[in-house]
Ligand binder design. Structure first.
Ligand code: NAD
Length: 258
């Protein structure tokens, strides 16, 4: 039986990114299919039909900046989506100012606009990195506390944004957060390209430490699927109390050693 969600319109913020394209694909596969709107600072890239089933010409792309109250309220009021999925973030490895601007201020702006314009639900893409301070974590679950000191500005701002989203949960505005660990799969712009570049530079010949750093990875299709399920549950009045204000770690079966 095909999956369905009680929404006629979904808004995917950051929907032109690596995960975003898979979110489009999985919302596209729902039956009945909701109207899919994407809000991103960049255009929808060309996608290979080998990896995505959606028809790009039927995706409504709105170009704008998450940090702009005008851009965000304009797109929300034009569409009136039942649910927003927010997966926008600057990529890993940039200066801290851009993380504060987009992850913290941008998310704050989205929450304010969505509440003001009476959007019923928000699903936020957080990160398993919110728990990471550089030490290995064994069997950590959602009860695990945030570290006293985050690994870096990216992880700290993902934590702050997640807290903002979850604290905003109320019967009128339901919110939930998904925490994926290192995402891989078709369209990956970070993990596999970075490993390939290291290989090409011969950096695999150098070993730092005991080569037993624990790392979790998640297939992008599973991450996208978890967001669809989150949207489905948060929009269901019988289930919303179980997921509203909650975060969910998403990983593949077992961690690996890098
Ligand atoms: P990505 O860079 O491919 O996609 C992010 C999208 O957000 C891009 O299309 C970008 O243009 C858009 N964006 C950035 N700033 C914006 C702004 N100011 N306004 C509007 N759009 C903006 O990243 P991804 O790998 O697909 O990651 C998606 C989400 O998953 C992010 O929130 C990231 O923190 C989270 N995450 C990623 C990983 C991973 O391994 N890739 C792991 C854990 C969590």
């Amino acid at each position: 039986q095909p999956l369905s969600i009680p929404a006629k319109k979904v808004l995917l913020v950051g929907g032109c990114g690596f995960l975003g394209l898979h979110l489009i694909d999985q919302f596209w596969n729902l039956s009945p299919r909701p109207e899919i709107h994407v809000f991103d600072i960049r255009e929808l890239p060309k996608v290979s039909p080998n990896f995505y089933k959606f028809n790009p010409s039927q995706i409504n792309v709105h170009i704008g900046d998450l940090t702009s109250p005008t851009d965000v309220s304009e797109v929300i009021s034009r569409i009136s989506p039942e649910v927003i999925v927010h997966s926008a973030s600057p990529v890993h490895g940039m200066g801290s100012a851009i993380y504060y601007k987009v992850n913290v201020d941008g998310t704050k702006n989205l929450i304010a606009c969505a509440k003001k314009l009476k959007v019923p639900a928000l699903v936020y893409t957080s990160s398993a990195g919110v728990l990471f301070n550089g030490d290995d974590l064994y069997n950590a679950d959602e009860t695990h506390p945030f570290p006293a000191k985050s690994m870096d500005a990216y992880n700290l701002t993902k934590q702050i944004a997640e807290e903002l989203v979850l604290k905003a949960d109320s019967p009128e505005f339901r919110t939930t957060a998904i925490r994926p660990a290192g995402i891989f799969g078709p369209g990956d712009r970070q993990m596999i390209p970075a490993l390939r570049a290291m290989g090409q530079k011969g950096q695999h010949k150098i070993q730092l430490g005991n080569n037993l750093n624990l790392f979790d990875v998640t297939y992008v299709g599973n991450v996208a699927y978890s967001h669809v399920l989150a949207a489905q549950k948060i929009l269901d009045p019988k289930e919303a109390d179980k997921v509203g204000g909650e975060c969910f770690l998403i990983t593949n079966d077992a961690p690996i050693y890098f």
